[in-house]
Write a protein that binds this ligand. Structure first.
Ligand SMILES: C[S@@+](CC[C@H](N)C(=O)[O-])C[C@H]1O[C@@H](n2cnc3c(N)ncnc32)[C@H](O)[C@@H]1O
Length: 310
């Protein structure tokens, strides 16, 4: 299947990264290399692009797209390993890091990957198919309370309690194996009126399970801190998020890095001497323009935050 994905906030990312032609840039979420291709076009032979993705399908598509460039290095890894990736390549520091969170349209649209609530497929949702843990294990193995908590917290789903209870009840009849079996259970759990209003009734629960399977939220803050450690002075980090849970983590971690003082509030002066290590470039997150929204509705919830290493 062709790798289809429209890059979000492309010009804004390129501007935010403040690309130097001989710089080293890490794209932590390579996907179809939409952002990466535009970055590498702006580099001279002395510049270098490192692309990371945990999905081998993405690496294959990106390799094809970047085949004419000999200054691109593609790495199969989780971006939470950014420090190791940079160090293993023998690099001391990099000039820019891009993270475009979430799944690609290719992953969503490829039925067999099990991300979509619109197409029937085995319950999977793994971005890295070399790992064993999948949506099947969450849906069939988690306790009712754990299901309730992830659906409530990661899906921000009002009917989380009922959905968890309906899943556990359905499991008494046998394993839940496919996406559409799960969709039917979710639909039965949501009151008819609520089902008719708003987005697809399974949207929030599927988001929650996907986040859990791929540990999407728990790795963001550490990745930001490790990435910043590897940024050269003046280097930039640009992160695109797609929902409030991700954005909150990015915002809070950026803030922590601008104010790393650990002194108790009642201390009249700072004695820990922890100095800010970054400055925030985007006071408010950058959002898609009207033109982009018209062209790509997926950009509706995108928010870009940029920082610079001091
Ligand atoms: C939104 S897409 C990126 C699209 C890309 N920027 C483009 O323009 O083509 C996100 C990609 O990041 C990958 N990804 C998500 N989380 C990851 C992680 N923790 N480590 C490595 N790759 C990840 C996904 O597999 C997916 O291919």
């Amino acid at each position: 299947m062709e790798f289809k994905h429209i890059s979000v906030l492309l010009d804004e990312c390129l501007e935010g990264l403040n690309i130097k032609e001989d710089g080293i840039y890490v794209d932590c979420t390579l996907g179809g290399a939409g952002h990466s291709k535009e970055i590498i076009k702006r580099l001279s032979n002395k510049g270098r692009l490192i692309g990371i993705d945990q999905d081998k399908d993405a690496l294959k598509a990106a390799g094809e797209k970047l085949k004419d460039y000999n200054n691109a290095t593609l790495v199969h890894s989780n971006f939470e390993n950014i420090k190791d990736v940079v160090e293993n390549l023998g690099l001391e520091g990099v000039d820019g890091i891009l993270i475009d969170l979430g799944v690609s349209s290719y992953q969503l649209d490829t039925a067999e990957r099990g991300f979509s609530y619109m197409q029937d497929a085995p319950l999977d949702m793994r971005m890295n198919r070399e790992l064993e843990f999948s949506a099947y294990d969450v849906v069939n193995g988690y306790s009712e309370d754990d299901l309730y908590k992830i659906i409530r917290d990661y899906g921000e789903e009002k009917f989380a309690k009922r959905i968890a209870s309906f899943i556990v009840k359905a499991r008494e009849e046998g394993e839940i194996k496919t996406t559409l079996e799960l969709v039917d259970i979710i639909k039965a759990a949501i009151p008819a009126k609520a089902r008719r209003e708003g987005p697809h009734p399974a949207k929030r629960t599927f988001q929650a399970i996907r986040i859990e399977v791929n540990r999407e939220l728990s790795i963001i803050s550490k990745t930001i801190k490790d990435g910043v450690e590897k940024l050269n002075k003046g280097g930039r980090m640009a992160i695109i998020t797609f929902h409030s849970l991700e954005d909150r983590i990015v915002k809070t971690t950026y803030k922590e890095l601008t104010n790393p003082c650990t002194c108790p509030r009642e201390f009249p002066i700072c004695v820990c001497n922890n100095e800010p290590i970054v400055k925030i470039i985007t006071r408010k997150p950058i959002e898609a323009s009207k033109e982009e929204l018209e062209e790509n509705p997926r950009s509706r919830s995108a928010k870009l935050r940029v920082l610079e290493k001091l």
